[in-house]
Design a protein around this ligand. Structure first.
Ligand code: WQD
Length: 327
């Protein structure tokens, strides 16, 4: 069988392609190359250039490559942009998913792994975010991810798909420098960019109710995240083979460990050797929760997955990727 990986040329998608390939799975990538880079992919992986909004292309791709399972990563993912362009986010993320699921059902594909996000939880008021923590997204991006989960589960129930919804926490690092994130929208690359320009990294607020006053997040290495997709894909394949039909597993993918912005800044200084200019505390960024840490218990119990890398590994590997792209 073949797995269709939508968004497979993206930062996370390319890691998933590589991990599935290493696990012996056959894959085909669909990517509109709006932010994906085909050079991230091994030469032997077929790449179909196009969007999940294109039903004809989906029908041809699913049939032509004998696809039995889909890992759906293709989406817009910038919170701020989603506030500015809600229609685009609902169209590409939610309508795109609708078109894809219609094609999946029509083709008889019965295994579906969906990229969701901790953004579904919004501002969780708990020490550890479990999958039962109420979902109250705070922006259109998170809304499309939550509604996407509903749609995936409803479709699975009605049409007998085995599904998994993976709620990513803060993804960072790279399995190889050429696979690294080229975007500069998250804290680690933003700190690299500031320091390499000779500017002070900005810390968005140090008056949060946390031990050092800065926000705490749960950073997960993209290689570990990719491995979670492999076990999730195997899980939905086993569920469909057992003939159980509709079954969903919705899980957090995080480490269960929190790291503060000050700690990130300290590690970035250590790893890069760039200690000047020192980080500068600026105003809080609107909409930032003080603390978001995953309970990673369910995925450990259900899929036997646990992370192998810590946040230093993420910063070291992200820095190698940064230096490759900014010689
Ligand atoms: C991390 C921490 C900032 C930049 C976002 C999305 C989330 C998910 C992952 C997609 C925060 C602080 C940042 C800087 C800083 N995306 N920070 N200075 O906001 O936790 O999560 O990306 O699924 O949905 O919301 O990630 O990397 O932007 O910020 O102090 O220059 O670093 O305030 O506390 P965030 P981030």
């Amino acid at each position: 069988m073949t797995w269709l990986i939508t968004g497979g040329a993206g930062y996370i998608g390319a890691h998933v392609v590589r991990a599935l390939g290493a696990a012996g799975e056959r894959v085909v990538v669909l990517d509109d190359l709006s932010s994906g880079l085909p050079e991230r992919l091994p030469a032997e992986v077929p790449v179909v250039e196009g969007t999940v909004l294109d039903r004809d292309l989906l029908d041809r791709t699913l049939a032509g490559h004998e696809v039995r399972g889909v890992v759906h990563l293709a989406a817009r993912k910038q919170v701020g942009e989603s506030v500015e362009q809600p229609l685009r986010y609902y169209r590409e993320n939610l309508h795109g998913l609708t078109v894809l699921l219609e094609a999946v059902v029509a083709a008889g594909v019965d295994r579906f792994v969906y990229s969701s996000s901790a953004a579904v939880y919004g501002m969780p008021d708990v020490d550890l975010v479990t999958e039962d923590t109420p979902c109250v997204p705070m922006n259109p991006y998170g809304e499309t991810k939550l509604a996407g989960e509903w749609l995936v589960r409803a479709t699975g129930r009605r049409h007998g798909l085995a599904t998994a919804c993976l709620r990513y926490f803060n993804v960072a690092g790279a399995a190889a420098p050429e696979l690294s994130d080229v975007g500069v929208s998250n804290v680690i690359p933003m700190f690299f960019e500031a320091l390499t320009r000779g500017e002070a990294p900005r810390v968005f607020g140090d008056d949060y109710p946390t031990p050092d006053g800065t926000c705490i997040r749960d950073y997960v290495h993209v290689a570990d995240l990719a491995d979670a997709h492999v076990v999730a894909a195997r899980h939905v394949a086993a569920a469909s083979e057992a003939g159980g039909g509709a079954e969903d597993l919705t899980v957090n993918i995080g480490t269960g460990t929190g790291v503060s912005v000050h700690e990130i800044a300290g590690l970035v200084a250590d790893v890069t050797g760039l200690r000047e200019p020192a980080p500068r505390v600026v105003a809080r960024r609107p909409g930032d929760p003080a603390r978001v840490i995953a309970s990673a218990e369910l995925i450990r119990r259900e899929l036997g997955w646990k992370p192998r890398h810590d946040v230093r590994d993420m910063i070291v590997s992200a820095w190698e990727g940064w230096r490759l792209r900014h010689p």
